[in-house]
Design a protein around this ligand. Structure first.
Ligand SMILES: O=C(O)COP(=O)(O)O
Ligand SMILES: [Mg+2]
Length: 226
């Protein structure tokens, strides 16, 4: 039987990136003379990519920007965020052990994130995590991004995987919808940043801690969808 491939989302799934994503956002809003954003509201903006996050935060604060202005503000966001990718961001509790256990079972690991590929790789390099993954595919890697199932399917292809022997692990609607569209079972992690209640998105399983990830993945792989 082909080795299984487990594909992970990054922000809110592998790494708790919100302190640096939102820290940079707070800095930007202050620079623009706008009110601070509530932490829980800001977390819900994560998952569709950084530009939508910045654009939606500006909209929430009632500021209408044209495209050129958003371009300029977003460029400033990225320039600062890049300097503090891992100042406070760390893997979620239990994640590194879970990755070790999955790899020990011979599974191939990959990343499919709506972060741009360059920053995703840089962030995972800084945390010494990149070497664990066969592929790190970002929002700009293939020209399609989650929830488009093509993003997940091309990540699987490049990891040498088979959608029939794969599991997606994510925290948001984008991950769950991409997996459902690709016909890949999906584990939703409740510690991430979803804007929509996870149960209403109908993932195969919701987990609250990564201690149970290896057994959950094993169960999903042994009971293929009908
Ligand atoms: O919103 C983002 O920047 C990317 O998010 P993701 O890693 O959860 O896909
Ligand atoms: Mg996410």
């Amino acid at each position: 039987m082909a080795a299984a491939t487990i594909v992970f989302d990054l922000d809110g799934t592998l790494v708790d990136t919100h302190p640096d994503l939102i820290g940079t956002l707070s800095w930007l809003l202050e620079e623009e003379g706008l009110d601070a954003i509530d932490l829980e509201a800001a977390k819900k903006l994560i998952g569709h990519g950084m530009r939508p996050m910045v654009e939606n935060a500006l909209k929430l604060k009632g500021r209408g920007f044209d495209k050129a202005e958003v371009d300029a503000v977003f460029a400033r966001y990225i320039a600062v965020y890049e300097t503090r990718l891992t100042r406070e961001s760390r893997p979620f509790p239990g994640m590194l052990d879970a990755l070790d256990r999955l790899a020990d079972q011979g599974m191939t690991l990959a990343v499919c994130t709506n972060k741009v590929e360059r920053l995703a790789k840089k962030l995972l390099d800084e945390l010494d995590m990149s070497r664990r993954f066969a592929v790190i595919a970002g929002a700009d890697t293939y020209g399609v991004r989650k929830p488009d199932p093509g993003h997940l399917l091309m990540t699987l292809r490049d990891a040498g995987g088979d959608p029939a022997r794969a599991v997606m692990v994510g925290d948001s609607d984008t991950d769950i919808r991409a997996a459902q569209g690709a016909g890949v079972p999906v584990v939703a992690y409740s510690g991430g940043y979803t804007a929509i209640p996870l149960a209403s998105l109908d993932p195969d399983v919701i987990i609250d801690h990564y201690d149970v990830l290896p057994e959950t993945v094993g169960r999903l792989l042994s009971s293929p969808k009908v």
